[in-house]
Write a protein that binds this ligand. Structure first.
Ligand code: PMP
Length: 449
């Protein structure tokens, strides 16, 4: 391995990083992470910190999960790759599809279309939604509805349903036929409604209005995250998803739940949709499916959609879509091991319990620091929204955000800054002591800023 100087110099020279300005990488180089153990990571300077980001919402089992490492090694030995295109399949992909059908049985998911990550899974769901309507002879149903502040990855379809302007402008024109409604975000919304349940009703009504305006017979699907992640951990009142399901049913519109973040216990339930006991028509998953040890995702398909495809006798039913790495046997072996460990350690329950502790820590920080405008949390996904003025709710500037994160790092905890939000998504194997460590570092960070 090259030394720290080589890495620092050549990072900006040769890597363009996701979600970063290439020129900025010279001025503020990223931390080079060299090692991970338990819930900690160590950088190139030998500094070890608690990873309150959990990789990127994905390393639910922490960095030392031997069963996943061994499963990967065994599968590399037996068969490092084979394709899942028509004509061939592999053992681990079949077993994992079976496992996912058990895991998401309450959501009614029975089929898996494997992908290499979350953006692929979203793209697949959008394509299958359009195809579903073509098979049913309703080819005009091509539009998608989505939430402002939603995040659905970076392919053109996903970027088009994304509801954050920062990810859209530079890549326009995006896919036509996509329309957004306000998110049930109590701290800031066009209705000035702070009560989560009333806000859920207002946003649901906005969805119904948009459907009426577009014409239900032109809408293929509505896509939403059960808890919005990258948009700043916006936690809808549980009645919101129930209302959305009712509206979709009334207008015969497919409901796609983007569970890339919420999929395997992060929000304190095995699925985000389970919080509201909603059965979506399709679900997108990725990230924690392998705890981040191997790139893998899937689009899960429920009975209603599966039946239409499988009963199809038109020319529309064959799936003209797929990835070289759909059902990668090493990824699927990693997935099987990760899911077994996740279940054995009952991580959804730990996420809920540690989440409650984290919630009281965050509420106390909000009382103590005027910089904290709002705190939001569900299970082990949380955000602190920082403001320069509590009355006007003016968002905190970049310098403040960086100062908080840097001071917290000095105090031993890695945080993630996204706009004016500090995002927390630590590994789900977190202990009560780890929660206290995160709280102390946040306190130090906020005090320093
Ligand atoms: N959907 C959601 C809800 C996500 O949070 C993300 C990634 N953060 C994606 C899709 C895209 O996943 P990926 O980055 O693996 O392509």
């Amino acid at each position: 391995m090259r030394d720290a100087n080589f890495l620092a110099e050549n990072n900006a020279r040769h890597i363009w990083h996701p979600m970063a300005h290439p020129a900025e990488m010279q001025a503020s180089p990223p931390r080079v992470i060299m090692k991970g153990e338990g819930v900690h990571v160590t950088d190139v300077d030998g500094r070890t910190v608690l990873d309150a980001v959990g990789g990127l919402w994905n390393v639910n089992l922490g960095y030392s999960c031997d069963p996943i490492k061994q499963a990967i090694a065994r599968q590399l030995d037996a068969l490092p790759y084979y394709s899942g295109f028509r004509g061939t399949s592999t053992g681990p992909s079949i077993e994992l599809a079976w496992e996912l059908a058990q895991w998401f049985e309450p959501e009614g998911m029975t089929r898996a279309f494997f992908t290499s990550g979350g953006s692929d899974s979203v793209e697949t769901a959008l394509r299958l939604a359009r195809q579903y309507w073509k098979i049913r002879g309703q080819g005009d149903r091509v539009k998608f509805l989505a939430l402002k502040k939603g995040y659905h990855g970076t392919h053109f379809g996903g970027a088009s349903v994304n509801g954050n302007a920062n990810f859209r402008r530079n890549y326009e024109p995006l896919m036509p036929g996509v329309f957004h409604i306000p998110a049930p975000y109590a701290y800031r919304n066009p209705f000035d409604e702070t009560d989560p349940e009333r806000l859920a009703r207002l946003c649901a009504r906005a969805l119904e209005d948009e459907i009426a305006f577009q014409g239900a017979d032109t809408v293929a699907a509505f896509i939403m995250e059960p808890v919005l992640g990258a948009g700043g951990v916006v936690v809808p009142h549980p009645s919101f998803m129930t209302l959305v399901r009712e509206i979709c049913d009334r207008h015969d519109i497919l409901l796609i739940a983007d569970e890339v973040v919420t999929g395997f216990g992060r929000a304190g339930e095995w699925a985000g949709s389970r919080i509201a006991k909603v059965k979506p028509d399709m679900m997108t998953i990725a990230k924690a499916i392998t705890s981040g040890y191997f790139p893998l995702g899937a689009t899960l398909i429920g009975g209603r959609v599966a039946e239409v495809f499988e009963a199809d006798r038109t020319s529309f039913g064959a799936i003209g879509h797929g990835y070289t790495y759909s059902g990668h046997p090493v990824g699927c072996a990693a997935g099987l091991a990760a899911l077994a460990e996740t279940r054995r350690l009952d991580l959804a329950r730990n996420a809920a319990a540690r989440g409650e502790e984290l919630a009281s820590v965050l509420e106390a920080l909000k009382v103590k620091h005027a910089l904290v405008g709002d705190v939001r949390y569900k299970g082990l996904m949380a955000a602190l929204e920082l403001v320069s003025d509590r009355t006007t709710r003016k968002a905190a500037g970049k310098a403040v955000m960086t100062a908080v994160a840097d001071a917290a790092y000095e105090a031993g905890v890695m945080l993630r800054v996204s706009g004016s939000n500090i995002i927390l998504s630590p590994p789900l194997v977190l202990t009560p002591k780890d929660v206290r460590t995160i709280g102390e570092a946040l306190d130090a960070g906020l005090a320093a800023a």
